[in-house]
Design a binder for this molecule. Structure first.
Ligand SMILES: [Zn+2]
Length: 365
C-alpha cells in the first residue's frame, strides 16, 4: 500500500542555475568553434535539451499529485575531496576555473553556464545525501532529483550534458566513509553509462549493470563484451537492447541477469542511475509507466534480500516532460509501497474490451 514505506526525496533549487543558453557569449576555444559550426549546419533552432524546466516539471507534478510516505528534503553540496574520489584534480581544477562563465566542454554540445558549478556540486552532494539517508536508515529508500545528470561524465571530462558523475561520487563516498564494501549500480537510462563504467572499470567492489539502447545510439559504448578489466573483470554487465525493446525485455534482463548477478555479488548498497528516456514517449526504447514500477520493485526486492532495503536512486536523463514527471511519480509510488500491476502487452486490454463489445454481433451467445 502507498505510504507503507518512507521515501526521502532530495532536491535543491540551486540546480536550476545550470542553464546554458546558446545565444549567450561563450569562452572562445577550439571546441566552441566546432560546436558553432555544427549548430550552424542544423536546419532548426537548437536549444540546450537538458534545461532547468526538466526539474521544475517534476516538482510541479509531484506537488500537484503528492504521495503518502514521500518527504522532500535537500543535502549539502559535494566537496572537492568527495569529487576527487572519481574525477582527476586536473579536470576538477579546469571546470572550477570556468565558474561564472559560459563554456562548451565537449563537441557533443555539453556546456556550462555561469552558475553550473554550484548546480553540479549540489547535484553530486544531493546524491551523497540520498546514500547517507538510506545507509543511516532514515528512510527505506531515497531519490535524488538532480541535474546536471552524471552518468556520461568520465574521470577526466564532461560528456553528454554531464559535468560530474553524481552516482559514482555517491558510490565512492559510501565506500570511503559509510562502511559499504560492495556497491551495486543499476543504470536503466536509455543511454549507456560510459562514465560510470570507466570510473569503476577495474574495481571488483562496484558491480555495474547497465541496460541501454545499443550502439550506434549515443554514446556508442556498452557492448556485450565490455565486462571490466584487471581485478574488475566480470563486474561490468552491459545489456545492449534494440530500439523497440520494452517492458518484457527489461523484465527479463532484470530477472534473468541482474537478480542472479546480485545474488552472487551480495551488495551492501543498491544505487540506480534512473533516467526516464527509455519511456516509449521519449528518445528510445519502449518502457511504460508500469514497466518502471516493475523495475523498481525488482530493485527493492534485491535491496531487501541483500542489504536491509538500502536503495538510492539518482536522476539521469528524460527529456519529454510528461513522461519524465509521470515516470518519477510512478517510481516514487512504488518505492512508497504501491502495487505493481501485472505487465501486459500494450493494446491487449483494449482488444479484450473490443472482443467483449463485438462478440454478440457474430455469435449466438
Ligand atoms: Zn539518457
Amino acid at each position: 500500500m502507498i505510504g507503507e514505506r518512507t521515501v526521502h526525496l532530495f532536491c535543491d533549487d540551486v540546480m536550476l542555475g545550470h542553464n546554458p543558453e546558446v545565444d549567450m557569449p561563450f569562452i572562445p576555444s577550439r571546441v566552441e568553434k566546432r560546436v558553432r559550426s555544427i549548430l550552424e549546419g542544423l536546419t532548426f533552432k537548437w536549444s540546450y535539451p537538458e534545461h532547468p524546466g526538466r526539474l521544475s516539471a517534476i516538482r510541479q507534478y509531484l506537488e500537484a499529485n503528492p504521495i503518502d510516505g514521500v518527504h522532500w528534503t535537500s543535502g549539502e553540496s559535494a566537496t572537492y575531496e568527495q569529487l576527487a574520489r572519481v574525477h582527476t584534480t586536473a579536470y576538477l581544477d579546469h571546470i572550477f576555473s570556468l565558474a561564472g562563465q559560459s563554456a562548451w566542454l565537449d563537441k557533443d554540445t555539453t556546456a556550462m553556464s555561469p552558475n553550473s558549478i554550484q548546480a553540479a556540486t549540489a547535484a553530486a552532494g544531493n546524491a551523497i545525501a540520498a546514500v547517507e539517508c538510506v545507509v543511516r536508515g532514515d528512510a527505506q529508500s531515497a531519490f535524488a532529483l538532480v541535474r546536471p545528470p552524471g552518468h556520461h561524465a568520465e574521470p577526466v571530462r564532461a560528456r553528454g550534458f554531464c559535468l560530474l558523475n553524481n552516482v559514482a561520487v555517491a558510490a565512492a563516498h559510501a565506500q570511503a566513509k559509510l562502511g559499504c564494501e560492495r556497491v551495486l549500480i543499476v543504470d536503466w537510462d536509455a543511454h549507456h553509462g560510459n562514465g560510470t563504467q570507466d570510473i569503476f572499470w577495474a574495481d571488483p567492489d562496484v558491480l555495474l549493470f547497465d541496460t541501454h539502447c545499443a550502439s550506434p545510439f549515443y554514446p556508442g559504448s556498452g557492448h556485450l563484451h565490455e565486462t571490466g578489466d584487471g581485478m574488475g573483470e566480470g563486474y561490468t554487465i552491459n545489456v545492449p537492447l534494440p530500439e523497440s525493446a520494452g517492458d518484457a525485455a527489461f523484465e527479463s534482463a532484470f530477472r534473468d541477469i541482474l537478480v542472479p548477478a546480485a545474488r552472487h555479488f551480495k551488495p551492501d548498497l543498491v544505487l540506480v542511475s534512473a533516467g526516464f528516456d527509455p519511456h516509449r514517449n521519449d528518445m528510445a526504447l519502449n518502457l511504460t509507466y508500469n514497466g518502471f514500477r516493475m523495475l523498481t520493485r525488482i530493485l527493492q526486492d534485491i535491496a531487501d534480500e541483500h542489504c536491509r532495503g538500502r536503495l538510492a536512486l539518482v536522476l539521469e536523463g528524460g527529456y519529454n516532460l510528461t513522461s519524465l514527471s509521470s515516470g518519477v511519480h510512478a517510481v516514487l509510488e512504488t518505492l512508497a509501497g504501491g502495487e505493481v500491476p501485472e505487465l501486459v502487452e500494450p493494446g491487449i486490454l483494449a482488444v479484450q474490451e473490443a472482443l467483449d463489445f463485438h462478440r454478440p454481433a457474430f455469435t449466438d451467445d
